[in-house]
Design a protein around this ligand. Structure first.
Ligand SMILES: O=c1ccn([C@@H]2O[C@H](COP(=O)(O)O)[C@@H](O)[C@H]2O)c(=O)[nH]1
Length: 271
């Protein structure tokens, strides 16, 4: 089963378009977890177990592991999700982008070392820099298109002919890079009008990963109405801090579960 088939099955099975972001920050962990070995893994496993009933996917951000020399814990975490929650896609958020020879190793790192089902990539270096990820036919390649941060506009809203750069990325990704049906696009929840434009460019088969709901202020209602497909799915609406740190004491996992359930229900209510 390839990434897109896995994601479609997960949407159907869970009736959820919530993607739980795994951005562990040890300084924010509740007291029962502080100072223990493998504390990042323990925290993330507790969050995964608590939120799995409400999530269609998980998205670990690699910097939150590598900055703490916790790459081995990231490997174990992804293996844990695959074992305990088979069929739930894991998207490694690493936003890789480099020349082809180096990109080939980034692809091996994501798909062979970490066993991620999909990877976020940066298209700034063009087609030959993106090709090595698409060479893994079962894996998803989720291309940055219109990011959730304000500063993204400095590049993504430059005009080139009749279109903005982010629209050209979407067009090229759909027409040229997606020969094998592996593509997803990152579209910030903070810019719902642009989500609607990209949904029209991409059609209903390309999933949109939507970060920026929750702490960054993106509105779930607007994102769902702009990006939902005619089949009533097509989105991975990500929330990280709003779920991970919904509580800050021994009940943190329960608080995370409640936050995830609320978000899943809010997403559902706007389809
Ligand atoms: O445009 C983008 C692309 C990726 N991200 C990542 O998503 C999460 C958002 O975290 P929150 O706590 O829900 O704000 C984080 O891992 C970012 O690196 C993004 O925010 N925007």
């Amino acid at each position: 089963m390839n990434f897109i088939q896995m994601l479609n099955a997960a949407w159907r099975r869970t009736d959820s378009m919530l993607c739980v972001g795994l951005d562990p920050e040890p300084a924010r962990f509740p007291p029962p977890l502080t100072g223990r070995a493998d504390t990042i893994l323990e925290f993330c496993r507790a969050i995964v177990d608590a939120t799995a009933p409400y999530a269609c996917a998980f998205k670990p951000q690699i910097a939150y592991f590598s900055a703490y020399r916790a790459e081995a814990q990231l490997e174990k975490l992804i293996a844990y999700i695959h074992t305990q929650y088979p069929g739930v896609p894991v998207i490694l958020d690493a936003k890789r982008g480099d020349i082809g020879s180096t990109a080939a190793l980034y692809a091996r790192e994501a798909f062979e070392r970490y066993r991620a089902d999909a990877l976020t990539v940066n298209p700034y270096l063009g087609t030959d820099s993106i090709a090595p990820y698409f060479a893994h036919p079962d894996k998803g390649v989720i291309v940055l298109c219109r990011t959730s941060n304000e500063g993204g506009a400095e590049v993504q809203l430059q005009r080139a002919g009749n279109a903005y750069i982010y629209q050209i990325i979407a067009q090229r990704a759909v027409k040229q890079w997606n020969a094998n049906g592996q593509l997803g696009l990152v579209m910030g929840a903070t810019f719902p009008k642009d989500i609607a434009i990209v949904r029209r460019i991409a059609g209903d088969k390309v999933p949109l990963l939507i970060p920026g709901a929750g702490v960054q202020g993106g509105e779930i209602r607007a994102a769902v109405q702009a990006g939902c497909t005619r089949q009533g799915n097509g989105l991975l609406i990500n929330a990280s801090r709003a779920i991970l740190y919904a509580g800050n004491d021994a009940d943190f996992a329960l608080a995370a579960a409640r936050a995830a359930q609320r978000m899943r229900d809010t997403i559902r209510s706007h389809i």
